[in-house]
Design a protein around this ligand. Sequence first.
Ligand SMILES: Cc1cc2nc3c(=O)[nH]c(=O)nc-3n(C[C@H](O)[C@H](O)[C@H](O)COP(=O)(O)OP(=O)(O)OC[C@H]3O[C@@H](n4cnc5c(N)ncnc54)[C@H](O)[C@@H]3O)c2cc1C
Length: 311
Amino acid sequence: MDTVLQELKNIVSPDRVLCNEPLSKHTTFKIGGPADFFVITKKSEETAAVIRCCNQHNLPLLMLGKGSNLLISDAGIRGVVLKQEDNTEGFFVTQCEDGYLVTGGAGMNLSAFAMKIANESLTGFEFAAGIPGSLGGAVYMNAGAYGGEIKDCIKSARVLTKEGEILSLNREELELSYRSSIIQKKGYYVIDATFLLQKGNREDILIKIEELNQARKEKQPLEYPSAGSTFKRPEGYFAGKLIMDAGLRGYRVGGAMVSEKHCGFVINTGDATAKDVLQLIDDVRRIVKEKFGVTLEPEVRLIGEEANTNA
Ligand SMILES: Cc1cc2nc3c(=O)[nH]c(=O)nc-3n(C[C@H](O)[C@H](O)[C@H](O)COP(=O)(O)OP(=O)(O)OC[C@H]3O[C@@H](n4cnc5c(N)ncnc54)[C@H](O)[C@@H]3O)c2cc1C
């Protein structure tokens, strides 16, 4: 392990390799045990070198975005957790035949990216302005909201393979569908993404973003730590409504609770552990299945040793 640590320190500067870093500091759920090595990269060359190093040493690697769709186990993550720096300078706009191409680095905050786009008077990305993830995480998840999704406006993405090779994938090659992508299936790492957008009116774009953010504040329990919608939308149903109709509003396990404001969200009321959340998820899935015959699939990604649901 000492050799790996030294190698990682040689790739990025030593102050950007943290040992036993608590991941509760890096997830919106504020849950998660320590990462053996937590590495922050500033450039895609560094990211590629860290990926190659992990591959050579057979060391597990988790690419972290903003940690807004993750439940990380209390025991934490063995191996390396890699975070690409939120580099807002990696933002480029170019005009093309069909509109405007906007590129951003994977570590960028999605809301900040959406605001930069709005300030360029470009429309088509408003839906993403309130999603608290990174650009890379949004592409990986094919994030979506209020009738829009990444799939609708993405042109291409550059990804790294496990061998550290760069591939450029176009929209079709990304195979984006509901909360799914080729990146998940192949274990690729996103380094940047390019979107095709159109000229619009800056004021109208900003008003739309404000309206969507207001709708979020009214409907979602943003005052509590969570990882957003806990379950995917089952075909023909809404997860939140099924959970509410099953009488589970406010249902608790330890510090984890089904939000009273929006039953589709599991919230951390203060001291929830990953174990609490996992137990609650299992209970909700079992009860909803018993009452309505519908199987709920977690949208939140469950990562780490204890993360096995039974339902
Ligand atoms: C309050 C709240 C509201 C939310 N609302 C929405 C919503 O409206 N719509 C929606 O779709 N989601 C929503 N989410 C969920 C979440 O914000 C999205 O799934 C988001 O896209 C996750 O991005 P992230 O950077 O936080 O990814 P993380 O949670 O850090 O990671 C999620 C997965 O993506 C992978 N990943 C992250 N970055 C990369 C990369 N560069 N390359 C390869 N893999 C990567 C991780 O390994 C992990 O498997 C919400 C979450 C919260 C807390």
